[in-house]
Design a protein around this ligand. Structure first.
Ligand SMILES: [Zn+2]
Length: 73
């Protein structure tokens, strides 16, 4: 058994951008930008940055939650 590590790992491990596909924002937490971290917390996307099965349903709730958050801030 050998446990050679692929050379690419280093390049892929250090995220420069938010890990959500197509998002170029700087990562803030857990390799997500602020916006996508909120979406991750809310359960809209999984930790791979992929949308959940009920993304559309949850997105509506998320928008409500976000506007409520804005008001209180
Ligand atoms: Zn993002």
């Amino acid at each position: 058994m050998s446990d050679k590590k692929p050379k690419k790992a280093a390049a892929e491990g250090g995220a420069i951008h938010c890990k959500v596909k197509g998002c170029k924002a700087n990562p803030s937490k857990f390799e997500f930008c602020q916006e996508h971290f909120d979406q991750f917390k809310f359960g809209l996307i999984n930790k791979q940055g992929e949308p959940c099965l009920d993304f559309e349903k949850k997105e509506e709730q998320y928008q409500h939650w976000k506007s409520a958050k804005k008001k209180s801030a």
